[in-house]
Design a protein around this ligand. Structure first.
Ligand code: 4NP
Length: 162
C-alpha cells in the first residue's frame, strides 16, 4: 500500500480530532503498520493553537491505554494537498472543511473529505458530538465512536490495497 496520509479535523483540535489521531496511532502501532501512515489532526478554529489535548480527553484516553501526543493547530489550505483524506467529526466541521476546499477549486489530487462516522461498524451515528461543555460521559462516548470508526477506517484502507 502506498503511504496513506490522514488528517482528522474537529472545531478546537483539543478534544475529538486529537483523540481520533491518538486512537488511530494506537491501532496502527498494535498492528505494526506505523510506517504506512502519516497521521495528524487540526481544528477549523484557531483558539487553542499550540495547546495539548484537553485534560479530560487525555485522561479518558489514558484509561484505555491511549496516548494523545498532539498540539493544536488550525487547518490550512496546504493540508488539502498534503493529505489523502480529511475525516471530519461533525456536520459543522464537514461544511467548513468543504467550504475551504472550494477556495482551491476543482484541482486534481486534493484530499477526499468524509465524515469520520461513515467508518463506524458498530455504532449508528452521523456525528462525533462535541464533548467540551458536557460531563465525563461525553468523552467516553467520543472514544467509543472513535475506536469503532478508526477500526473501520483502517480495515477499509487495508482492503482497498488488495
Ligand atoms: P473539539 O472540542 O472541537 O473536539 O476540540 C472543542 C474544544 C474547544 C471549543 C469547542 C469545541 N471551544 O469552544 O473552545
Amino acid at each position: 500500500m502506498a503511504e496513506q496520509r490522514l488528517l482528522f479535523v474537529c472545531l478546537g483540535n483539543i478534544c475529538r480530532s486529537p483523540a481520533a489521531e491518538g486512537v488511530f496511532l494506537h491501532l496502527i502501532a498494535r498492528e505494526g503498520l506505523e510506517d504506512r501512515f502519516v497521521v495528524d489532526s487540526a481544528g477549523t478554529g484557531g483558539w487553542h493553537v499550540g495547546n495539548p489535548a484537553d485534560r479530560r480527553m487525555r485522561a479518558a484516553a489514558e484509561r484505555r491505554g491511549i496516548h494523545l501526543p498532539s498540539r493544536a493547530r488550525q487547518i490550512e489550505l496546504a493540508d488539502f494537498s498534503a493529505f489523502d483524506r480529511i475525516l471530519t467529526m461533525d456536520d459543522d466541521n464537514l461544511r467548513n472543511v468543504r467550504s475551504l476546499a472550494r477556495e482551491l477549486g476543482d484541482r486534481p489530487g486534493l484530499a477526499r473529505i468524509e465524515p469520520m462516522t461513515s467508518h463506524c461498524r458498530q455504532h449508528r451515528a452521523s456525528e462525533v458530538p462535541d464533548p467540551y461543555y458536557g460531563g465525563e460521559q461525553g468523552f467516553e462516548h467520543v472514544l467509543d465512536l472513535l475506536e469503532d470508526a478508526c477500526g473501520g477506517l483502517l480495515e477499509s484502507l487495508l482492503r482497498e490495497e488488495r
